[in-house]
Design a protein around this ligand. Structure first.
Ligand code: ADP
Ligand code: MG
Length: 244
């Protein structure tokens, strides 16, 4: 996927300014930025919900306009339908596309890996916060789209559950084999999960730094030792790009 110089303003207020990036097939890229800097706006543009005033984006060299089948979007809130069971929730897209039988079988096969076994016929309110997020995530992963857009998927969870979910996602990543663009304001989450980190900074925001972690073998111990990197990202998020 390639994004070329996307800019957007709301009522004259410029939010994103010439954002550009490339994400390779199968890569896990995290976009980190302070709250309100325009992360969800960028995902909404890719998902075709918003239209940029400038710029364009491409998947496999093809220009994408509007809603496309290339992206599976997990928005910031979990959006499980309270009146539907977990199995019905995770196969929602298939219900829209009238392919339910196949989808239910595929979904059921994934329930153990997503820690949801035994909850197929439960309703969202019967699940813990972490389980609900995993269910929303399973729904996104089951979507045939090759690129997942994840907007702060663990943002609403307590720190222990969040860490457990990150460990789980790190293990699951290689199995899913999907291209992923994750959005977060959590520095540790970005460091722990990503092949590459893109830091959104400035106002209006653009990508001001890229951190390549492709050769790192991730562990919590590695993460705890990244004091300098953490400081550097923190300085950018605070708006002090030249703090060193
Ligand atoms: N539809 C909209 N209309 C007007 N302003 C918006 C709209 N969507 C987002 N904004 C503004 O754009 C900025 C970026 O928002 P958002 O993308 O949600 O930030 P983030 O996800 O990084 O926290 C904020 O100042 C927000 O108020
Ligand atoms: Mg947001």
């Amino acid at each position: 996927m390639e994004i070329q110089d996307i800019s957007i303003a709301f009522e004259g207020n410029s939010v994103l300014d010439h954002v550009r990036m490339q994400v390779a097939k199968g890569e896990f890229v995290t976009l980190i930025g302070a709250s309100g800097c325009g992360k969800s706006t960028l995902l909404n543009i890719l998902a075709g919900v918003l239209h940029p005033q400038k710029g364009s984006f491409f998947v496999d060299g093809q220009r994408i306009k509007g809603i496309s089948s290339h992206f599976a979007y997990m928005p910031q809130s979990d959006l499980l339908l309270p009146w539907k069971t977990i199995l019905d929730n995770v196969t929602l897209y298939a219900q829209i596309h009238h392919d339910v039988k196949n989808a239910r079988q595929k979904a059921l096969a994934e329930f153990p890996a997503f820690g949801l076994s035994g909850y197929e016929n439960a309703y969202p309110h019967e699940l813990s916060g972490g389980m609900r997020q995993r269910a929303a995530f399973l729904r996104t992963a089951l979507c045939a789209a090759q690129i997942m857009l994840l907007d702060e998927p663990f943002g609403a969870l307590d720190v222990i559950t969040r860490n457990e979910m990150q460990d789980w996602l790190l293990r699951l990543r290689s199995e899913l084999q999907k291209t992923t663009l994750l959005v977060t304001h959590d520095i540790d989450e970005a460091l722990y999960l990503s092949d590459r980190i893109l830091v959104l900074g400035g106002s209006p925001a653009s990508i001001v730094k890229e951190i390549d972690l492709r050769n790192v073998v991730k562990s919590r111990d590695w993460l705890f030792a990244q004091g300098d990197l953490r400081k550097e990202i923190y300085a950018i998020l605070r708006g002090k790009n030249h703090a060193s």
